[in-house]
Every structure is written in C-alpha cells, then in structure tokens.
Design a protein around this ligand. Structure first.
Ligand SMILES: Cc1cc2nc3c(=O)[nH]c(=O)nc-3n(C[C@H](O)[C@H](O)[C@H](O)COP(=O)(O)OP(=O)(O)OC[C@H]3O[C@@H](n4cnc5c(N)ncnc54)[C@H](O)[C@@H]3O)c2cc1C
Length: 659
C-alpha cells in the first residue's frame, strides 16, 4: 500500500517527512496507489482538492507546472481570473523550474492563485489552484528548498480532466462540454460530443437511468441539472443532421482493409461496438436472432417511454456507416461460433443480452399455464405482436405483476394501456428498497397501478390450465445486512389471495445459454454470464469478446454501450498489435474513484437557487390508455435556462510516475 510522505487534501494536512517509512500509517484509500501500471510507481497525485506525495524525490515545482499547464489549456476563457490567472501562474512556475525566477515569485503565485480560486465562475477555476495553494500554505519551505537545490527532473506527468458527472457515467460522456455548447447555442457541436461515445443519443436522452444526475453537485444547492433532458433536447433538435453527417463521414483508414468483424446482437452493446469499429474503418456484420434490431431497447422498453421510430433512426446510423445487419440469424441455432471463424471473421463480439425470465419458485408455477408470462416476454409480445403487427392480445381483466424493478413497472404500466382493468404490483420489500427508478414508480402510481409492498407470492392458483389468482404472504422487514439491505421474513398466517387472469413474474433475467457449445471455448461464470477479462472484455476464447447484459447480468443501456465501446477498442488493439493495450484513462478514473471518499461535500461559493425545468407530461388519466410518448420535449428557451444551471464542475487530476 502506498504511504503518504506529505500532502494536503481539503485542508487536511498529512506530514510524515520526519518519520521512517515503517512508522507511517496506512490509509485504505491508497491501497491501489503503488503502481500506475506494471513496474511504474506512483510518486505523487494532484487534484482539485489538494495533493499527495508518495516518494521523497518528486520535483514539486515541475509537478505543479505540469498540472497548471493542463488547467490553463482547459480554461474556457469566459472569465478573466481563470483565463489570465492560470497563464500567469504557469509562466511563473516555468521560470522557477528553469531557474530564471525569484523566490518572491512564490508569493505572487499565491496571491494570483487565491484570486483565481475565489473569483472564477466555474468549477474548473474554483479548484484549479487548490493544490498549489495547499502546498504553499503548508509546505512552502519544501518549495523554497527546491529552488536552492532542484530535485531531479526525471519524472513523468499524466493529466486527466474530468467531472463528477463524467466519472459517474459508464460511457464517460463529457457532460459539461455538451451542456456548454447548449449555453452557446451550438446544438450540433453539443450532439457531436455525445456521438463521440455512442450513436443512441435520443434514446439515452429518454430512458437513461442518469448515473450522472445522481453525481451532479448541483444537488447540494437545489436539484440536479436535467442532464438527460438536455441530451434529448439536442438529439431531437439536431436529428435532421445526423444521417447527413454519417453519410459523408470518412472513417479512419484501417491497418488492413480485409479485416472484418462479426458482432452478435443488435442491442445497445452490439450497436455501440459496431459503431466504434465502423468509425475505426473496419468491415462489420451484425447477426441478430430477431427480425428487428435494438435488443431490449426495442423489445422491452415500451413505446410510451421510447418511440420505436426514435430508436430505429439511431440504429440506422450503423447501416449508413456501412455496417450490415443480418436478421433472423441466431447464434446456437442458425450458426455457431466456429462458422464465423470459418467465414473469415477476424474477431467476434458477443452482445446477446440476458433475455430468459426467472421463475418465482412458488407452488403451482408452470410457464406453460395460460395467463403466465415472464415480464420480458410479455413486453416483447406487446411491442412486436400488438404494436408492430396489430395482433390482438387476450389479457383478461385482472393482472398481478411481481417485482420491484423497471421491468416490473413497464409491465404494469403497459398492462393498463392494454385495457387490463386492475393491475396489482407485488413487491416483497418496502417502497424505499424498490430498485426501480423513482420516476417510474410515481408514474405507475399516478396511472392507477395498485401497489402491494412487503408482500410475496407463495402459490399460483390454477384451474383448467389457466391462471385464476395468486396467493400472497405479508412480509416483515428485518435488520439491515452489511450492505444496508434489510432481510424479509413472512408473517405467519398473513396469507391472502388476489384474483387474477394473468401473472407476470418480472424478478430478473438470465443469459440464454443455448449459444454455447463446449467446443467453442467460451466459458461461463458460475452464475451464468459470459466470463471475460474485465480489462479487455476478451472471453476465454482468443479473438472473441463480449459485453453488455450477457457479461454484467441485467443492467442498463449506458453500461451496455460503454462495454460495446470498450470491446471495440480492445478488438482494434488485438487486430493491430496482437495484444490489448493498457488504458491510462481507465487507470486515472480508478485513482479518482479511490480518492472520492476523501472529498468533502458542500458548495462553498454562492450559487443562486434555480429549480430544474419541469418536463411536461401527458395527463395520467389520458396517457394510461395510450402508447403515445408520455414525456414531452422542452423548448429552446427551457434548454438554455437548464444549461445555465450547470456549475461546470471540471477538475484536473495529475499523477507523477517514474516513466
Ligand atoms: C423492460 C425493460 C426496461 C428497461 N428499461 C431501461 C431503462 O429505462 N433504462 C436503461 O438504461 N435500461 C433499461 N433496461 C435495460 C437495458 O435495456 C439493457 O440493459 C440493455 O438493453 C442491454 O443491452 P445489450 O446489448 O447487452 O442486450 P440486449 O439489449 O438484450 O440486446 C441483445 C441482442 O442480442 C440478440 N440476441 C440474443 N441472443 C442471440 C443469439 N443467440 N444470436 C443472435 N442474436 C442474439 C437479441 O435479440 C438482442 O437484439 C430495460 C430492460 C428491460 C427488459
């Protein structure tokens, strides 16, 4: 474990300079700080809250200079203290490193750094000089000593620009940047920032689970910035330019034009992998078992949250870029992995999702009974048979949906739209523990879904091969476990029956394993997902990569797209270098995550309270009978106002290593 020789973070000073290394206490936050990559020790770490020095021979002035060079480069220039102040500090540090400066320059640097911190308008300027100020405040004599006797310059500095919202996003979308472009009225540029990461901007702008908003520092002032709605705004606004853009797009020159890649599955993971491989200039064929593309975004997520037209347009980018989608081609049924290798594919990406519904393991449960449907199968039938083909569906008058996640909410809300008169949602814990998005829970409640918390099914009542009802037990919450999750136990003699014509277990999905043949060499984890090397996403078979729900288990759109992008990068490395390269950005991101627990919360600068834009919705009493999109777009004025709420919490981090 790396030990801090000295440092200061959020005003907390650590000074072990007069102690032997074995006397220095260990901090668990630095357990991963020994090496940056193999054989390359981390000597120091700098960030927007301070710095830590792990080795005695760090050239502090050079480390500060390199940090400030990056800050000055990233300054947007809109406010003078940051634009000019960071440049002056940089020049003065350069002079000190070159030994043409004077010791008094340290005093001037301190005055300017304080001014930059106190008067800059955004998070970058407000944190840009914290490390330098903490060093000058608590360790000035170390800098003065270095002026007299410079430390060796043999050190390497890597800098990294990020923000809490970027770090929280699995795809690492540069959120403040696309919001900045909205502030400037440059909507095409804004969309361009998102498209660097994935093609499904309008889709994500509608259904993303918003890890970014949960991390948004604006919550410490009033409410998180409407990051998702702003993404939808630019994607919808600029929709017309997308296909034109991609039809004239010149992909990178691949190392070898004959290299071709097979992607299996057109869900978010497969689409993102194909997109990045096409942008890199590879030939890509996508094999899809269904007659429609989009994976769960098309067959699971209901039309009232994500219109198929929106998704379809974004998937068509793949074909505009030259990718081929081959439908009704199921791996394990119509082809096997070895066929792909024999057909000359140089690498394969598996993005086959997790589609197999899980049984509840209650008495009389049998998927063959009439009126029993797994949640994902039920939604697939609505999307595919009812909406796409206009086929009628007999669902009866009363339905019981079991589960507390988004799939359960989608089933319940869709059932209302299919004219089921009474929809009961049964969940074994309390509302607080429900994993579903709180907006989805509220929407379902407003539309009239009847919730039964702390309730669990014990038996399905069946007569003449048909569902007639569900027997349920009331549950009691126990003590929370180490992870904070409460156990639940049935309450004796609390059984009751809900009459129903239909029961929908929506308690999770598994990977359908029919595609694996032991001869393929693709191994599975004991819990049934595809085994991969987490850094490269390569499976246990050379040249075969996997990502998305089939690796993580049921997760989210943005996680699947992030893995698709990562796999595309690994495939490119594998085909061009024969090995997967170390990714410094991922490593920096890990280090930033490690220091998060040490960052104090609270906004120390005055910020005017401005609550976030209210999204207009169809009236619950009207919308519950329609599959029409519930959320309405925001106006240009609303988008400008919402974008202004972003505090642009950019932070520069740097790491000093030997090489
Ligand atoms: C009802 C529902 C609602 C959801 N709501 C949200 C939400 O609001 N926000 C969010 O972020 N996430 C949501 N999710 C989760 C999200 O949709 C998934 O995490 C995401 O789609 C996973 O992407 P994927 O590409 O890994 O897999 P999938 O989307 O499942 O795509 C896999 C693709 O592979 C194809 N395939 C499968 N097996 C084979 C085979 N053997 N051969 C060829 N092709 C094959 C499938 O037909 C499919 O097209 C929801 C999921 C469901 C089910």
């Amino acid at each position: 474990m790396a030990k801090v020789i000295f440092g200061s973070w959020d005003g907390k000073v650590i000074d072990n300079r007069n102690r032997q290394i074995f006397e220095i206490e260990e901090h668990p936050e630095f357990s991963d700080f020994d090496e940056f990559n193999a054989g390359n020790p981390i000597k120091a770490f700098f960030g927007g809250h301070g710095f830590f020095i792990f080795e005695k021979n760090v050239n502090l002035l050079d480390a500060l200079l390199q940090y400030m060079e990056r800050v000055a480069k990233e300054s947007c220039g809109k406010c003078t203290p940051c634009r000019v102040g960071t440049q002056i500090i940089k020049r003065k540090l350069q002079a000190l490193v070159d030994r043409t400066g004077r010791p008094e320059d340290l005093d001037e640097i301190e005055i300017i750094a304080k001014h930059v911190k106190d008067t800059s308008l955004c998070g970058l300027g407000q944190t840009a000089t914290v490390a330098i100020l903490e060093m000058l405040g608590s360790f000035r004599e170390a800098l003065v000593a270095e002026l007299a006797t410079p430390a060796p310059l043999a050190q390497h500095c890597r800098t990294y620009l990020s923000a809490p919202c970027i770090e929280a996003c699995p795809s690492k979308v540069d959120v403040p940047k696309y919001i900045d472009y909205i502030k400037d009225g440059k909507f095409t540029h804004s969309l361009g920032v998102i498209l660097q990461k994935y093609p499904m901007a309008a889709t994500c702008g509608r259904v993303c689970v918003r890890f970014c908003e949960m991390a948004c520092r604006r919550t410490q002032v009033d409410e998180a910035v409407g990051i998702k709605v702003l993404k939808r705004f630019v994607a919808d606004h600029e929709q017309g330019v997308i296909n034109e853009w991609f039809s004239t797009y010149k992909p990178a020159e691949p190392k070898d034009k004959n290299l071709k890649i097979a992607v299996v599955g057109t869900g978010p993971a497969g689409i993102a992998a194909a997109y990045h491989l096409l942008l890199k200039g590879y030939r890509v064929d996508i094999f899809e078992s269904k007659p429609v593309p989009g994976g769960m975004a098309a067959t699971g997520i209901p039309e009232y949250r994500l219109p198929k037209e929106v998704l379809g347009k974004e998937i068509s980018i793949i074909e505009t870029l030259g990718g081929r989608i081959l439908y009704n081609q199921k791996l394990g049924r119509d082809l096997v992995l070895n066929d792909l290798v024999e057909k000359g594919y140089n690498a394969v990406f598996l993005g086959i999702g997790a589609h197999k519904g899980k049984m509840m393991r209650v008495a009389e449960e049998d998927p063959e009974i009439e009126g029993y449907d797994f949640g994902v199968d039920f939604l697939l039938r609505i999307n595919h048979d009812y909406i796409d083909r206009g086929m009628p569906m007999e669902l009866g008058e009363k339905m019981v949906v079991v589960g507390g996640g988004n799939v359960a909410m989608d089933c319940a809300r869709s059932a209302l739209r299919m004219n089921v008169k009474e929809v009961h949602l049964v969940y074994r814990r309390s509302q607080k523990e429900m994993p579903a998005d709180h907006e989805e829970i509220e929407a379902a409640m407003k539309e009239g879904v009847i919730f039964h918390f702390l309730t669990n099914p014990t038996r399905i009542l069946v007569a003449d091969g048909k569902v007639r009802g569900v027997e349920l037990n009331k549950m009691a919450l126990g003590e929370p476990d180490e992870g904070g999750r409460c156990s639940v136990t049935p309450i004796a003699e609390s059984e009751f029956v809900l009459e129903a014509d239909h029961v929908i277990p929506a308690i999770g999905q598994q990977v359908e394993l029919g595609f694996v043949d032991p001869k393929d060499g693709v191994e599975l984890e004991s819990w049934g997902t595809i085994k991969v090397n987490p850094s490269s996403l390569m499976t246990t078979r050379n040249g075969v990569f996997a990502g998305g729900d089939c690796v993580t288990g049921p997760a989210t759109l943005v996680q699947a797209m992030a893995q698709g992008e990562k796999a595309a990068q690994s495939i490119d490395d594998y085909l061009t270098l024969g090995r997967v390269r170390f990714q410094p950005r991922d490593r920096m991101s890990q280090l930033v995550a490690d220091v998060q627990p040490m960052i104090s919360t609270g906004i120390s600068i005055p910020v005017k309270h401005e609550y976030r834009v209210k999204i207009k919705e169809l009236d619950p009493m009207i919308r519950k009978e329609l599959f029409e999109e519930v959320e309405k777009p925001i106006s240009v004025d609303e988008a400008y106002a919402e974008a202004q709420r972003c505090m642009r919490c950019y932070r520069v981090y740097s790491v000093i290593t030997e090489q």
